[in-house]
Design a protein around this ligand. Structure first.
Ligand SMILES: Cc1ncc(COP(=O)(O)O)c(C=O)c1O
Length: 387
C-alpha cells in the first residue's frame, strides 16, 4: 500500500507547481519517467539494446494493472494510443452492414474524440445518428436518463456513445442506470472514460459497461500517446477488428504471409507494439498501490473543500459543476464578467506556477489525490488577489 504522502513524493511537479489540470494533461511520476528514460535509451543500440522477452511480458503486465484498476479480466483489455483511436477501433470492428436500420446515440456535451468517429460511421454506412440535447438545472448542464429512454422507445438504436464524466463541467452520468435501461432495449454502451479513469472508481462489471475507451495521459498519469480499450468478454466474438497486427494473431512471431488467426481475447485488438504503454503500466501500478477507492475519496473531498473556500472567499462566482453522485474530479467556476479568464489562467501559470484551464466560460480546476487542502487555500487566495 502506498500512502497519499508517498504518492505525492513520487510527483515531482509538486516541488515547482500547484497542479490542478489533470482534466487537461496529467504529469508523470518519477518512477514512470525513469522507466521511459531507460526504455528510450535501450533503442540507441537497436535490437542489441532492446530485450524483447521482458518487453513482451510487460505488455501482459500493463494489461493486468489495467484489469485490476477497472475490475475485469486482462483478456478483455487491449492497449491503444488515445481515446479517439480506441473508439474508432471498436466502432470499425462492428458489423454495420447488417444493422443498417439501427441508429447511434450521442449527446451535445461530448468532446470531439467521442463524436467524430460516430459521425464517420453514420456517414459511411448511412446509420442515423441521434443527438440527445443536454438540460440545465440551476445553470448546471446535465443529461437526463429519461431522454435516453424516450429515444430508444421511439427509434431503433444499436449503440450509445457517452462520456462517463463530461469534460467541461465534470457531470457524471449514472452509468449503472444508463446501461440497465440500454440493455432493456438490446442497446450496447460504449463509454469514453477519459475523465473518470484514474480519478474515480470505474468498476466495469458493476456499471454494466459493454465497451470502454480511454487515453492514459490525464488522471491515469501515464505518458502521452497511451490508452486502452475494454471489451466485455461475451461481446468479443461479435467484433471483427480491421486494425490488426502481429500481436493480434495467435502466433505473433510467425511473420510470413498466411491466413490471419485471430486471438480469442481482446488481444485481437492489439494492432501495435506500444513502448509508451509500459509507462502507462507503471503509472497505473502506482494508482493501484494507493487504491482507486482512496484516490476517489480524496479527490471528491478536495473538490468539496474547494467549493466551500471559493464560495466563502470570492463573491459573485457561480459553480457550474454538479456535486454528489453527479460530481467528479472537475470543478468549473464562472467569475464576474469583468474577469478576463484567459489572462487569469496565463497569470496563474506564468507568475504563480498554478496550472488550471479555461472551459465552458469559467475556470476549470481538476486536482488529483496527491494534491492538498493547503494548495487549494493558496489557489483561492491568489485568484482573490489577481481578479
Ligand atoms: C471526455 C474526453 N475524451 C477524450 C479526450 C481526449 O481524447 P484523445 O485521447 O483522443 O486525445 C478528452 C480530452 O480532453 C476528453 O475530455
Amino acid at each position: 500500500m502506498t500512502s497519499l504522502e508517498e504518492f505525492r513524493n513520487q510527483m515531482s511537479i509538486t516541488k515547482s507547481h500547484i497542479y490542478f489540470n489533470h482534466a487537461g494533461i496529467g504529469p508523470i511520476s518519477d518512477s514512470t519517467l525513469q522507466l521511459l528514460e531507460n526504455l528510450s535509451k535501450s533503442q540507441r543500440l537497436g535490437n542489441q539494446g532492446i530485450d524483447w522477452e521482458p518487453f513482451m511480458t510487460w505488455h501482459g503486465s500493463v494489461r493486468k494493472e489495467i484489469s485490476h484498476l477497472i475490475n475485469c479480466s486482462s483478456e478483455e483489455v487491449a492497449l491503444t494510443n488515445s481515446t479517439a483511436t480506441g473508439i474508432s477501433h471498436i466502432l470499425s470492428s462492428m458489423n454495420w452492414i447488417d444493422s443498417k436500420e439501427r441508429g447511434l446515440i450521442l449527446n451535445d456535451l461530448e468532446f470531439s474524440s467521442n463524436s467524430f468517429a460516430y459521425q464517420q460511421i453514420s456517414k459511411k454506412f448511412k446509420i442515423p445518428l441521434h443527438i440527445i440535447q443536454s438540460i440545465k438545472e440551476d445553470g448546471i448542464e446535465k443529461l437526463s436518463l429519461d431522454d435516453f429512454r424516450s429515444k430508444m422507445e421511439t427509434v431503433p438504436i444499436s449503440l450509445i456513445g457517452i462520456s462517463h464524466v463530461q469534460f467541461q463541467n465534470g457531470f457524471r452520468i449514472d452509468l449503472e442506470k444508463l446501461t440497465k435501461i440500454a440493455h432493456e432495449y438490446d442497446v450496447k454502451v460504449l463509454v469514453d472514460a477519459m475523465q473518470s479513469i484514474g480519478a474515480l472508481n470505474v468498476d466495469v462489471k458493476k456499471l454494466g459497461v459493454d465497451f470502454l475507451a480511454t487515453g492514459g495521459f490525464k488522471w491515469c498519469l501515464g505518458p502521452l500517446s497511451t490508452g486502452f480499450i475494454y471489451i466485455k468478454e461475451k461481446l468479443l466474438d461479435s467484433l471483427e477488428p480491421v486494425f490488426v497486427g502481429p500481436l493480434s494473431d495467435k502466433n505473433p512471431t510467425e511473420f510470413l504471409h498466411r491466413p490471419f488467426n485471430s486471438h480469442d481475447s481482446a488481444l485481437k485488438f492489439q494492432y501495435t507494439f506500444n513502448f509508451q504503454a509500459s509507462g502507462l503500466g507503471e503509472a497505473i501500478r502506482l494508482l493501484n498501490s494507493v487504491s482507486i477507492a482512496k484516490i476517489e475519496t480524496k479527490i471528491i473531498s478536495l473538490i468539496e473543500y474547494a467549493i466551500e473556500q471559493f464560495k466563502n472567499q470570492i463573491s459573485g462566482i457561480m459553480i457550474i459543476s454538479p456535486t454528489g453522485k453527479e460530481g467528479s474530479g472537475i470543478l468549473t467556476i464562472k467569475f464576474p464578467e469583468k474577469v478576463n479568464l484567459e489572462e487569469t489562467e496565463k497569470k496563474l501559470s506564468k507568475k504563480h506556477k498554478i496550472a488550471i484551464s479555461v472551459r465552458a466560460g469559467g475556470l476549470r480546476f481538476s486536482p488529483h489525490a496527491y494534491n492538498t487542502e493547503d494548495e487549494i487555500d493558496k489557489v483561492v487566495s491568489v485568484i482573490k488577489n489577481i481578479i
